[in-house]
Design a protein around this ligand. Sequence first.
Ligand SMILES: Nc1ncnc2c1ncn2[C@@H]1O[C@H](COP(=O)(O)OP(=O)(O)OP(=O)(O)O)[C@@H](O)[C@H]1O
Ligand SMILES: [Mg+2]
Length: 475
Amino acid sequence: MAQKLLNIKKQKLQPDKVKILVIEDELSVRLGVSCTLEGVGYKVKTADGGIEGIRLFEKEFFDIVVTDLRLPGADGIEVLKSVKNISPDTGVLIITAFADVKTAVEAMKEGAYDYISKPFDPAELLIVIDRFVKHRGLELENISLKEQVRERKQFEHIIGTSPVMQTIFNTIEIVAKTDSSVMIYGESGTGKELVANAIHNLSPRKDKPFIKINCAAIPETLLESELFGHEKGAFTGAVQRRKGKFEAADSGTIFFDEIGDMPLNLQAKLLRVLETHNFERLGGNEMLTVDIRTIYATRKNLKDEIKAGNSREDLYYRINVLPVTLPPLHERKEDIPLLAEHFIKIFGKKTGKPNLTVSPATMEKLLAYGYPGNVRELKHAIEMVVTLCRGNVIESCCLPPEIRGIEIKYVPLICDNLPLSERVRMFEREVIAHVLEETAGKKKEAAKILRISRETLWRKLKEHGFPVSPSDLED
Ligand SMILES: Nc1ncnc2c1ncn2[C@@H]1O[C@H](COP(=O)(O)OP(=O)(O)OP(=O)(O)O)[C@@H](O)[C@H]1O
Ligand SMILES: [Mg+2]
């Protein structure tokens, strides 16, 4: 599918007629920008300094120059002036660090057509370039990137028709081809892990290991040995040599989930591995070398974490090369109907109800709700209603009370088109859900509060479609 779309892009858009010169001294940014632009077919050349860039421009015509503001040799402003002197029609796009925005605005007065602040989304860069290309009529066939990607309702198991998700699909396709670090931002449940999977699956490393490590789920003391492995006797309990995640990921990809929760001392050690590709197992002195591509995700704002002293700034710059931001679900409500349909199909199949549809009132409620738990919350809600639903149409009264916007004491009243037995059933479910929430999922405690045996609770949980496991009955 991805390959097919790329081919369409190449045939119709013909961006290969547009030549772009990228001048940037920071290797990761230079690579990120050129891969992004080449990914959609632009013809790209690069220079790592102002003087080299100007020399290249004197020899060859470029439609667009993307230049960093701070460069060794001649800076971005000098580049801009030289370019405009030689070819006034060439568009100059300035890349700037946040602190340089004032100078970037000055540059626009000198004839730059726009500026973009670091770090930026590859998609943001494409939009700015696309705008210039359109403005200059450089596009040969007027099919924009956006129009093309709008055809994609599903991409690598990720559902989304909203413009922002379409841009993200495009970004994933581009960044997957590079070896640069990708940083995925987004609230819990927005699909960060899905995006990380997609990037690995579309990358040249797709047949190599994809190793995940959740920095928030592993206690600080264990995280280090998880990552680096250990030698026999490295610490109490290290009864034999064990390879760590770095070794396991060699030649593949490693995904650091919740990187914002990594302890400071380990951040320093991670940075060293990223810079040198070398490390030692705990308690060992053999230097091991690995070839890994890294992807990171966090629900936190890392700049705030740096300010609060919880994250290292040097690590941040190292890993924040290609940022991808997943917006919360309430900011892309257009995706809700398609997501709901997708989950209904999945859970309908599992529960032997293949022809389920939703009533207009149900869809209205689904669209109106704010989803603090994002797509995960929608998925769980659909799983529940599909399990509970009798008949082929999902009525709004089957939805969890928070989505219906009511408190649980009103549940049996609201279900006014259901027989008494069904209303009682719904009420029972809500009471159990409420108590489980109060006890943070502790089933033994919940059974006590409800004054029923654990076996009865277990049976009821199963009946109502809550996740259960045999261990719920153990002490
Ligand atoms: N766009 C989407 N299309 C289909 N399923 C999705 C989408 N986004 C999220 N999901 C589903 O929602 C659930 C949560 O997604 P995921 O685990 O990727 O989120 P996350 O951002 O990593 O959350 P957390 O921060 O809590 O780990 C998963 O079951 C995933 O399959
Ligand atoms: Mg996750």
